[in-house]
Design a protein around this ligand. Structure first.
Ligand code: NAD
Ligand code: GLY
Length: 362
């Protein structure tokens, strides 16, 4: 059964199709393609697994494929050149469509290329990781990394649709599944205490890839994300809460070298640091923080910051963040489990206390 959820954005509204076997549904895809010119962007890991399934639906199209190298370290302006070359070599015009077939890296880079090519062509998200299905494929944040900062170059650019097929998660390894769970837990923490408790109660089933449980978290996550994006597409307010743990997390990803910590792993650690800071402000108590750390641990995620990243390095890296204003570091924190704060700057001494103490050996 195909479950459809609409991201309500006026004339930029689009459907998220969720179900098992959606990659076999040719019409689901072709109804969103407006001309004969189609470029599929994927990577060398995903191509052997799912490319044929998609190309089989597009025999009547002028179809091109760009297979990118796999890894966060390739989410760069340089890699985008491959996409532009593929489009230009075949003289693709403004009514062409890009299909992003892959995880968050492929989705972010393809979406940004679509936003830039001839000032904007259509694109379709076919997310193949849990993380991409519950978060990155929805909401139109597209972009690439810079050596000095994660996701610092990009655009808000919405897809035509998002096609989620839960079956592709069968080939995803356990580490990547856990990384996706970090963003799922995030939705519970920022706005839905009952969902957080549900994840706590069902974490073993999720790790065992129980289909009903995975379907439930994908639907809940997409619903949460679609509601937030619909109310604040370009992050002038509430959308920022989706960045819980991300300022710490992005510092870890950049500081440790892109790809060494998965995005979801860095977010898990960063969320624990944000929880510790929230405790120092008197918003969470010890038992809340222990509950949060325990759930990430059970989900197979790291919860301690890397020993190699000093407090000073953290602060330098955290100073490069899109939520900052006039160089002031602003964080999303937790007022309680199920309620996030808007971005706020805290006393530097409190931030330093967290960085010096949370997860550090005495
Ligand atoms: P990823 O895209 O690197 O994919 C993880 C790994 O899984 C890769 O090696 C990939 O080749 C492999 N893979 C993908 N699908 C597979 C499948 N079905 N079977 C087997 N292997 C598969 O990582 P990710 O976790 O999907 O995404 C992380 C990226 O998403 C980061 O760059 C992050 O910044 C970005 N992100 C963006 C948003 C947004 O709103 N745009 C939100 C969250 C994260
Ligand atoms: N992943 C953060 C956002 O989409 O806003």
């Amino acid at each position: 059964m195909i479950n459809t959820l609409q991201v309500q954005l006026g004339d930029r509204s689009y459907p998220i199709y969720m179900g098992a076997g959606n990659l076999d549904e040719a019409e689901l895809l072709t109804r969103h393609i407006k001309s004969k010119q189609v470029l599929i962007v994927t990577n060398e890991t995903i191509a052997p697994l799912y490319l044929k399934q998609i190309t089989s639906h597009l025999q009547d199209y002028q179809l091109e494929v760009a297979v990118l190298p796999d890894g966060e370290q390739y989410k760069t302006m340089v890699t985008m050149e491959t996409i532009f070359a593929a489009l230009l070599n075949k003289q693709f015009s403004r009514n062409a469509t890009i299909i992003a077939l892959g995880g968050g890296v492929i989705g972010d880079i393809s979406g940004f290329a679509a936003a830039c090519y001839q000032r904007g062509i259509a694109f379709i998200q076919i997310p193949t990781t849990l993380l991409a299905q519950v978060d990155s494929s929805v909401g139109g944040k597209t972009g690439v990394n810079h050596a000095l900062g994660k996701n610092m170059i990009g655009a808000f650019y919405q897809p035509q649709c998002v096609i989620i097929d839960i079956k592709v998660l069968e080939t995803l390894d356990d580490r990547q599944l856990s990384a996706g769970l970090a963003e799922v837990i995030k939705y519970g923490l920022i706005r839905d205490a009952n969902f957080f408790a549900w994840i706590e109660a069902n974490i073993e089933k999720l790790l065992a890839r129980d289909q009903d449980s995975l379907t439930y978290i994908i639907e809940q996550s997409c619903r949460n994300k679609a509601e937030i994006v619909a109310s604040d597409e370009k992050e002038s307010g509430i959308r920022a809460i989706l960045n819980l743990g991300h300022t710490f997390g992005h510092a870890i990803e950049t500081g440790m070298g892109y790809g060494n910590y998965l995005h979801g792993e860095a977010v898990a650690i960063g969320t624990c640091q944000a929880a510790d800071l929230s405790r120092r402000l008197g918003w969470l108590n010890d038992s809340d923080v222990n509950r949060i750390v325990a759930l990430f641990n059970k989900a197979g995620l790291p919860t301690q910051p890397p020993v190699d990243l000093s407090t000073k390095e953290f602060i330098t890296l955290m100073a490069v963040d899109k939520k900052n204003v006039d160089g002031d570091i602003r964080l999303i924190l937790l007022k309680k489990i199920g309620e996030a704060s808007l971005p706020l700057s805290v006393e530097r001494t409190v931030l330093v206390d967290t960085l010096n103490n949370y997860g550090r050996k005495k």
